[in-house]
Design a protein around this ligand. Structure first.
Ligand code: ADP
Ligand code: MG
Length: 695
């Protein structure tokens, strides 16, 4: 069945699918009927029973079978929440928020009442909340205030197969929490008395905990073994056959190949929506433009094309459109990252186009000497390829067009390496230190490697969060209170001493927003550059951010909402970023208040001295992201071996200044520093840990 297709020559698949009537349209049926049609409904009682009888259950089921939306409701209806809550963790925030709104509407309530969510910088819950969808990062953060997660009766670890760093941290902690809350004997056969102290001190008072590990792929054994032989339950999915086609040759320009393949499907094949997997937002936006361009030229009587992007930072409102049923006379094409692989199931998809690429967070310490994660585009794994193809067979026979050769598929790794083996551990190590734990000692599914631990220890030491005996300092504890990466948290703490917290909060909020501050334009590059000049600050990008926010606030005060939006368009400023930043700033301000940090203190109106203080605070956080100008015009890292260039998007691009700090490195054909400010060399030399290297 594995035929070839060639997206370059307009040949359709050899085996032409028969045109068939669309499968049933579940979204037009009452929501309660839809619930009963999900595959998991048949196993409802069995699922509830197993979870009731076991401390830990591993639940495996095909994507779309109803695990994430139904199981929490079943457990709630069966009374398993007791006086506590049911937590459902997700690796991605957009999944957490959209699942919460889906389940809230199934329960005929609004989000934030019975069903809520909690993601970084955003929360919707109340004292009535019984089912809470949260990111794995948020529940790990909750451990800091509630080490036994006592407010939860059930913790459902969803998408466990993704093995994100936070999920692995959570799973490791759940093992000790189970022993503390349920007593050592009940939590598994593999118990060697770890965490007994805590258990004895608190047993009797605590409500027992149920843990459910949910996953789409078959990694059940490993999870079960980790919990000392946990019960495994399989949910039968509703999977129809999917015919898979590979290309005859490799397709280096996968966006173009996807475009051609889409129009082959659109023009030659029967009804059914199309789902295209791409690595990231940029490719999605570029493909969206080209599909639109060609779709506009189609004859008037042909099927219309409705393009829907889907990526992690997309606002929930735009994302909700994906689930709406396709209008008649239209074909939906969803351009998605691997978020649509398992987290979000889109009804109506019959054709999948798979570029075979994804973005993966990876730690690049080896070539830079500093601990930073970057997103790199790489080939997917076999298990991802199988998941992607499976999206076409949810409602009937489906077709998957892989934009890579069968040979390339065979050469893909079977599964991805867990994040704990390839990402920066700095922020996790700081959180564990606050819990009195250590990366070396905690019982993980897979141990982090020694090199990454050393690098995390080094970063935290340089930031002053750990002392030379690797113990947590008061400064480290203060930093951990903020939902920020340790370098940014350090800048914030420094701003208190330097009297510029208000400015630093503004800068950090914009840096933490999911979209960029400036709109990227290919069409009006010169106009954009002209507009941008109005905000440009001589010292570089950090002060420029402040200028933009200040200008926006002025417009907001004096003008209407529409005028404000117009202003943003004229200035090529992304209003969504500013709105999100304002929200983030409010959240960070709350944390400041809780930790008695004066967030009002400002350097405004203090001229160059004020500006210098803002930059000094940034230097305190970005100690590892500092570089000095070299005779040849490039910049050499102070703390690492790399030679970097200033990114073309920076207001300092092509400028030669003695020393710079930067937000991050971007790897393309060379190493670029992005988010750059020029600082006097003396600011860098002032930092005690850098003194030796700069003299
Ligand atoms: P699983 O976790 O097993 O992959 P889910 O519980 O996430 O399955 O989804 C079950 C079904 O519910 C999906 O196949 C999809 O059709 C439907 N669904 C999920 N979220 C939404 C939503 N926001 N809007 C409409 N339908 C949805
Ligand atoms: Mg799910």
């Amino acid at each position: 069945s594995k035929a070839m297709h060639n997206p370059n020559h307009g040949h359709g698949p050899r085996k032409k699918p028969r045109v068939s009537a669309p499968a049933h349209l579940p979204s037009k049926e009452p929501i309660q009927m839809q619930r009963q049609q999900l595959p998991i409904y048949a196993g409802k009682d069995a699922v509830i029973d197993v979870i009731r009888q076991n401390d830990v259950t591993v639940l495996i089921g095909e994507t779309g079978s109803g695990k994430t939306t139904q199981v929490p409701q079943y457990l709630f209806e069966a009374g398993l929440a007791g006086s506590g809550m049911i937590a459902v963790t997700q690796p991605r925030r957009v999944a957490a928020t959209s699942l919460a709104s889906r389940v809230a509407s199934e329960k005929q309530t609004s989000v934030g009442s019975l069903v809520g969510y909690s993601v970084r910088f955003d929360e919707a819950s109340s004292s009535n909340t019984k089912i809470k969808y949260l990111t794995d990062g948020m529940i790990v953060r909750e451990l800091l205030g509630d080490p036994l997660l006592s407010r939860y009766s059930v913790v459902i670890v969803d998408e466990a197969h993704e093995r994100t760093l936070r999920t692995d941290l959570l799973i490791a902690n759940l093992k000790t929490i189970l022993q503390a809350r349920n007593g050592p004997t009940r939590s598994g056969k593999d118990d060697r008395g770890k965490g007994k102290g805590k258990a004895q001190e608190s047993s009797g008072k605590l409500n027992p905990l149920k843990v459910v590990i949910m996953s789409a792929t078959l990694e059940a054994e490993k999870f079960s073994r980790f919990f000392g032989g946990a019960k495994v339950v399989y949910v039968k999915g509703r999977q129809h056959p999917v015919t898979i086609y590979h290309t005859a040759t490799s397709q280096p320009d996968y966006v173009d190949a996807a475009l051609r393949t889409f129009f082959q499907v659109h023009l030659d094949q029967g009804p059914g929506d199309v789902l295209i997997f791409l690595p990231g937002q940029e490719d999605i936006e570029s493909l969206e433009k080209s599909i639109q361009l060609y779709a506009n030229q189609l004859p008037k009587d042909s099927l219309g094309v409705m393009i829907l992007p889907l990526y992690a930072s997309l606002q929930p409102a735009r994302q909700a459109k994906i689930f709406a049923s396709t209008p008649s006379g239209m074909r939906k094409v969803i351009l998605a990252t691997n978020i649509a692989e398992t987290s979000i199931t889109i009804p109506g998809v019959k054709y999948v186009i798979d570029t075979g690429k994804c973005k993966e967070k990876r730690y690049v310490a080896k070539n830079t000497g500093t601990g930073f994660d970057t997103l790199l585009t790489r080939d997917i794994t076999q298990s991802s390829a199988v998941q992607r193809a499976g999206r076409a067979g949810r409602e009937g026979k489906g077709y998957c067009f892989r934009l890579y050769t069968e040979d390339a598929f065979k050469k893909m790794p079977r599964t991805a390496e867990p994040e704990i083996r390839r990402c920066t551990l700095t922020s996790s190590l700081l959180q564990l230190k606050c819990l009195g734990q250590d990366l070396e000692e905690l019982d993980f599914m897979d141990k982090p490697d020694a090199e990454s631990i050393v690098s995390a220890l080094k970063t935290l030491f340089l930031l002053g969060a750990l002392d030379h005996t690797k113990s947590l300092t008061p400064l480290g504890r203060q930093m951990a209170a903020f939902p920020l990466e340790p370098p940014l948290a350090r800048a914030l703490v420094a701003s208190a001493e330097l009297g510029c917290t208000s400015e630093i909060l503004t800068i950090l909020s914009v840096l933490s927003a999911s979209s960029k501050l400036f709109v990227d334009t290919h069409d009006a590059r010169e106009e954009a550059a002209d507009a941008r000049k109005k905000f440009r600050h001589a010292s570089g990008d950090h002060m420029t951010v402040l200028n933009v926010v200040k200008a926006y606030e002025d417009v907001s005060q004096s003008e209407s909402k529409k005028a404000r939006t117009d202003w943003c368009r004229r200035m090529f400023v992304n209003e969504r970023c500013l709105a999100e930043a304002a929200n983030i700033r409010a959240q960070l301000r709350d944390v400041c208040e809780k930790t008695s940090m004066d967030w009002k203190v400002s350097a405004e109106g203090q001229g160059q001295d004020g500006e210098a203080r803002v930059l000094r605070a940034m230097v305190a956080g970005l100690v590892q992201n500092t570089a000095f100008l070299q005779p040849d015009g490039s910049y050499k890292q102070v703390m690492g071996p790399s030679v970097v260039k200033i990114h073309p998007s920076s207001s300092l691009a092509d400028k030669k200044v003695p020393a710079i700090i930067y937000d991050e490195l971007v790897y393309t054909t060379q190493i670029y520093a992005r988010g750059v400010s020029a600082v006097p060399r003396s600011f860098i030399a002032e930092v005690p840990v850098l003194k030796r290297r700069t003299s």
